[in-house]
Design a protein around this ligand. Structure first.
Ligand code: SAM
Length: 266
């Protein structure tokens, strides 16, 4: 028997320990024989083992060397491929070798939740779906509707790429050690971009960031570097609105208008 693992705060380690919750998460993921799946942060294997029981093969990405050593000891490389290192730097595209889209799952380290979501959004075209446990407060922001307090940059930039739904909440008592906050399971399914694509994704990001930089201010103020009165007229958009009132498609329309104008000959 190896020594008990001491949870490392810097790696956001809160290990799932409630078998009913683990079962519920696995049921929500519904692993199927032909799936190409990667788990981020397998930790002590709470989700890894039931996933492996349903799949011929699983990939995991783990940063903690002690946990990697345990995983190596417990599982053969034929069944489990362990990618050692930081999921924020991991090339998830490297797992899509034969066109089969990737399923991504994980009880994510809460200290890197926003950067990991943005990193994964870059692979949306090669992903089938993603199911994550995150801090409830973050999930509420991800799925928030325009006009609500939670609606912001994270909502717009993720809803641009994914249809998302909060599946259920998980209380602190389901983990060891127990986190201070409530958690939720969220499912993310990539949207077909043809529906409403931004011609310049980086520009969309800048406009959304500016619009939510000062939440209480109107678009006339926050988007002053991007739009003037004639643009508002062309877009049939009220400059007296606040960013929090605009849906994702409205932000895309603004970004495409600005990008198109930049390319017009003077
Ligand atoms: N899946 C396990 C469970 O549910 O019990 C562990 C979840 S724990 C919240 C987060 C896991 O992600 C830990 O195993 C931690 O070491 C790992 N981790 C933290 N930061 C990481 C990173 N940047 N890249 C990859 N794994 C990371």
């Amino acid at each position: 028997m190896s020594e008990p693992h001491l949870a490392r705060k810097r790696f956001g380690q809160n290990f799932l320990s409630d078998p009913n919750i683990i079962r519920k998460i696995i049921e929500a993921i519904r692993p199927a024989e032909g799936d190409r799946m990667v788990e981020i942060g397998p930790g002590l294997g709470a989700m890894t083992e039931p996933l492996m029981a349903r799949l011929p093969h699983l990939h995991v990405v783990e940063i903690d060397r002690d946990l990697i050593a345990r995983l190596k000891e417990a599982h053969s490389p034929e069944k489990l491929t362990i990618h050692e290192g930081d999921a924020l730097k991991f090339d998830f595209g490297s797992l899509v070798t034969d066109g089969a889209p990737l399923r991504v799952v994980g009880n994510l380290p809460y200290n890197i939740s926003t950067p990991i979501l943005f990193h994964l959004a870059d692979y949306a075209e090669r992903v089938k779906d993603m199911t994550f446990m995150l801090q409830k407060e973050v999930v509420m922001r991800m799925v928030a509707e325009p006009g609500t307090e939670e609606y912001g940059r994270l909502s717009v930039m993720l809803q641009y790429r994914f249809n998302m739904g909060r599946l259920f909440d998980v209380p602190p008592g389901a983990f060891r050690p127990a986190p201070k906050v409530m958690s939720s399971i969220v499912r993310m399914v990539p949207r077909p971009l043809a529906e409403c694509a931004a011609s310049d994704y980086a520009l969309l990001g800048k406009i959304v960031t500016a619009a939510f930089g000062q939440r209480r201010k109107t678009l006339r103020n926050t988007l002053r570097d991007f739009l003037d009165e004639s643009d508002y007229a062309a877009l049939a958009l009220d400059p007296g609105l606040r960013g929090e009132k605009l849906g994702v498609d409205a932000f895309v329309r603004i970004a495409n208008h600005v990008a198109g104008r930049a390319h017009r000959p003077a």
